[in-house]
Design a binder for this molecule. Structure first.
Ligand code: TXA
Ligand code: MG
Length: 339
């Protein structure tokens, strides 16, 4: 958006799309985390259309997106001091809070639960759209259920054009991983899904320790967040996560590559930029840092399918909290195949 004319055009288009939302239709829109597939969160029929468009099980609740902090009062009750602190500090941004739902939120939106997930995105187009629609917007990630989330407009049209009423094409998502989800309904907050905003950062604001859902540490524990139990993020390629020290990863992968030689250009190794040269033409970079890797993860998973790659090794990341959030997605994409 460079000129006044561009601005005018964008405004016009956003008004049109907001009218579709008011009329109970589905719209794909950008957020700073991943693209969302939205509809009026207060309209049960509109919520049903989201589940249909995604092919998503109806017990997997949706996140309700708002454009102003005050809107939370209409959607949720029993809002604790801790919740208020987190909203103050992290909204607008990639943090979703689970709160007790008010009567205004239909159970079609919450997958039958008496709690509601709420987030105020920082992406200006998302906020403007919600504002113009005049209603909160329920939106899961904009992808067919089970497929990798979409962070690049390139993949939106082919995957969703026949399934939704409008698609807003915008820039690549800035963060690239879905929001951190924190359950605020008990006295100690619990992280249900890790994201860019990490445990330490939240603890600093609340000035106390919080918990991680046990399923984030133990794959046999049942997750509390319904969405975390489903098969996720899976590309067609076989994804293998390789762990260990930098040297061990290099050795393990090169050993595999020497065995996989017969599938030649059907194999890739995804690693940080400074390690690409270790893999004899098979290496591709997902960035210089864990932050960049987070931004590129879903794009790379989809790129692998586009290039008909059959096997892709990912070097594990373990340098910080965002690495943990990346690994949470990647291990699901790998169906727990860890080397
Ligand atoms: O960044 C994001 O959060 C993106 C963008 C579009 O905002 N949205 C997103 O939505 O990732 P989705 O539907 O793909 O993931 C929502 C997660 C699921 O794991 C779901 O089970 C959980 O939030 N969730 C939603 N409502 C919940 C509730 N009431 N209690 C527990 N978990 C809930
Ligand atoms: Mg999703």
């Amino acid at each position: 958006i460079d000129t006044d004319k561009d601005k005018e055009f964008l405004d016009e288009q956003l008004h049109k799309v907001a009218n579709l939302l008011k009329a109970g239709k589905t719209v794909v829109f950008p957020t700073e985390t991943v693209y969302g597939l939205g509809a009026n969160a207060l309209d049960p029929e509109a919520a049903k259309k989201i589940y249909e468009a995604k092919g998503r099980p109806s017990d997997n609740p949706l996140i309700v997106h708002i454009s102003k902090k005050e809107d939370v009062d209409f959607l949720a009750g029993n809002i604790s001091q801790d919740s208020k602190l987190l909203m103050e500090d992290f909204w607008p941004g990639p943090l979703t809070l689970i709160l007790d739902k008010s009567d205004s939120v239909p159970i079609e939106t919450t997958g039958g639960l008496m709690t509601v997930a709420i987030r105020m995105p920082s992406n200006p187009i998302a906020r403007k759209l919600i504002d113009l629609a005049g209603v909160p917007i329920a939106a899961p990630s904009a992808n067919i259920s089970g497929r990798p989330s979409i962070t690049s407009s390139k993949y939106l049209v082919e995957e969703l054009c026949e399934r939704v009423d409008a698609i807003i094409i915008s820039e690549d998502s800035e963060i690239g991983l879905e929001s951190t989800v924190v359950d605020m309904t008990a006295s100690t907050p619990v992280i249900l899904r890790p994201g860019k905003i990490g445990k330490t950062e939240i603890e600093k604001i609340l000035n106390k320790e919080i918990e991680l859902d046990p399923s984030l540490k133990d794959e046999n524990a049942a997750p509390k967040s319904p969405g975390m139990k489903y098969k996720h993020y899976s590309p067609n390629a076989t994804v293998i996560v390789v762990t260990g020290s930098l040297d061990e990863m290099k050795q393990k992968i090169n050993q595999k590559l020497s065995l996989d030689k017969n599938i030649g250009d059907k194999v890739k190794v995804v690693c940080l930029e400074d390690r690409v040269s270790l893999y004899d033409g098979y290496g591709i970079s997902w960035g210089k840092s864990s932050q960049e890797a987070a931004k590129n993860l879903f794009k790379i998973l989809r790129l692998m399918d586009e290039q008909n790659i059959e096997v892709v090794y990912f070097e594990a990341l373990n340098s910080d909290e965002i690495s943990e959030a990346v690994m949470n997605r990647l291990i699901k994409a790998a169906g727990n195949m860890i080397l």
